[in-house]
Design a protein around this ligand. Structure first.
Ligand SMILES: *[C@@H]1O[C@H](CO)[C@@H](O)[C@H](O)[C@H]1NC(C)=O
Ligand SMILES: *[C@@H]1O[C@H](CO)[C@@H](O)[C@H](O)[C@H]1NC(C)=O
Length: 455
């Protein structure tokens, strides 16, 4: 018993040395483990014959074993072990671990080895079974299949840029708009019989409606949707004299008061900034999706100062050194529309695209084409598969799909910020008139700050 206690004491003392050496360990790490599929010669005496065990790591603490060597230092006690067969019994006083192997596609893997299955990490357990995490993935094959098999009015796709992410990560990194605090709605009834069945801003104002961008793994739809609506509105209002694509990065990096950058933000804060400080174009201040941590925010590289009559001028050059156009673009205060479908339509037709907040549900990520409506394909799954988060988008038009059986489906045309390979060229259509995903709850319009001299 005394000898055993002494050994344990030595092992504990040696622990920190082992940690220090860990990073330099190469040769033994590369050698194949000795005890694959069970310990051979389990009753042989090795460490005992050597005269004891070694603390920490000691690459010389070995004994001949079969046609090779085995170790009696604490360091050998890893998942894939090169310990002598009697190491556990003699040095630690415990039963030797079972060393399992797992199979996958005809290949053998050892305990502790891993592979990734979509968004879940699988580890070869000591019992020889794969133990996989149980996360809900952003791209669930059965959701895709169920949507495509069903008669939901829209089709789903497997997006490689989303594959391998969990649903939680999608909601955390691909959305990013905080719900605005409730304000009083102005419900002006409007008379409108002259609204067409189909309307698309891109057709009424060619060259003035900007293409969808890609926010990447940055929860900054608050900045993307605001910059996109302001870009379109300024282009329409100036009758094409200016068609700036405004910079979301300018907002993400510089509009930082009470804003979370790539960890989410508020559209009212974004509009405040556009009105009071203004932003430059995307080409002047290009978007840099975060590489390391999705929440990181770049340093603000653009400031402006007042030049009178509410106008502002940049005080720095463009972060893109090839661009010398650092004009600052501003907006007027935004205005909220009622949730009345007709009022939203009239606003788009008269003045251009609007910004809308929506609740993104788990099945929205796989949307490919058609008229989106949240489906019931995940209803029977555990709660971690049924999640949603708040997003903001740009509504650019509407339409109605007529069916042979005489029914029809009304939809909005909206631009997302997940790149042009998502959905219908970066756009999606979503059911109109029944507040699908709350898209009609909070809708914003705005004017650019444009004077005659700009035109
Ligand atoms: C030896 O390895 C096993 C399995 O990883 C672990 O449970 C045990 O705590 C280790 N013992 C020592 C003394 O490090
Ligand atoms: C989805 O795409 C990923 C990578 O792009 C691929 O590995 C996976 O097999 C695809 N899944 C399905 C169900 O098509």
């Amino acid at each position: 018993v005394c000898l055993f206690l002494l050994t344990v004491l030595l092992l504990v003392v040696g622990g920190s040395t082992a940690e220090r050496i860990l990073s330099r360990r190469t040769k033994r790490e590369l050698a194949s483990p000795l005890h694959v599929g069970g310990i051979r010669d389990p009753f042989g005496s090795y460490c005992q014959r050597r005269g004891g065990c070694c603390p920490g790591r000691d690459d010389l603490c070995t004994v001949p074993y079969l046609d090779t060597i085995c170790y009696c230092d604490l360091f050998c006690n890893r998942t894939i072990s090169d310990c002598c067969p009697d190491f556990w019994g003699h040095c630690l006083g415990v039963a030797p671990p079972f060393i399992g192997t797992c199979e996958r596609n005809g290949n053998k893997f050892f305990s502790g080895q891993t592979y990734k299955e979509n968004c879940n990490l699988c580890t070869c357990g000591t019992t020889g079974r794969w133990e996989c995490e149980d996360n809900a993935c952003l791209m669930e094959p059965d959701v895709i299949h169920a949507v495509n098999r069903g008669n939901y009015g829209w089709k789903a796709a497997n997006y490689s840029q989303f594959y391998g992410m969990t649903l939680d990560e999608g909601i955390r990194y691909r959305l990013g708009t905080q719900r605005p605090t409730r304000t009083i709605m102005n419900m002006n009834e409007i008379q409108n019989d002259r609204l067409p069945v189909y309307f698309n801003s891109a057709e009424k104002w060619p060259g003035k409606i900007h293409e969808p961008l890609d926010q990447g793994n940055c929860a900054a739809s608050w900045a993307f949707s605001t910059a996109a609506v302001a870009s379109d509105r300024i282009s329409i209002q100036s009758m094409g004299h200016m068609t700036p694509q405004l910079s979301p990065q300018n907002l993400i990096s510089c509009d930082t008061r009470n804003q979370g950058g790539c960890a989410g933000g508020r559209i009212d804060g974004a509009w405040w900034y556009l009105r009071r400080r203004g932003v430059v174009t995307e080409d002047c201040y290009p978007y840099r999706p975060p590489q390391q941590t999705p929440a990181e925010v770049g340093r603000c590289m653009m400031q402006s100062r007042s030049v009178g009559r509410g106008k502002r001028q940049a005080t720095q050059r463009c972060p893109n050194t090839h661009n010398y156009q650092n004009n600052i673009y501003q907006s007027t205060p935004p205005y909220r529309l009622s949730s009345n479908e007709k009022e939203i339509m009239k606003e788009i037709m008269d003045n251009g695209p609007v910004q809308a907040i929506m609740e993104v549900q788990e099945d929205f990520f796989v949307y490919k084409n058609g008229i989106y409506k949240h489906t019931d394909v995940s209803f029977t799954k555990p709660p971690q598969y049924r999640k949603h988060g708040t997003h903001s988008v740009r509504i650019t038009g509407w339409g109605e799909e007529r069916h042979y059986d005489g029914t029809s489906k009304k939809y909005w045309i909206a631009a997302n910020s997940w790149g042009k390979n998502w959905g219908e060229n970066g756009y999606f259509r979503i059911a109109r008139g029944d507040n699908e995903c709350e898209i009609e709850t909070f809708v914003i319009g705005v004017w650019g700050r444009i004077t005659m001299e700009d035109i």
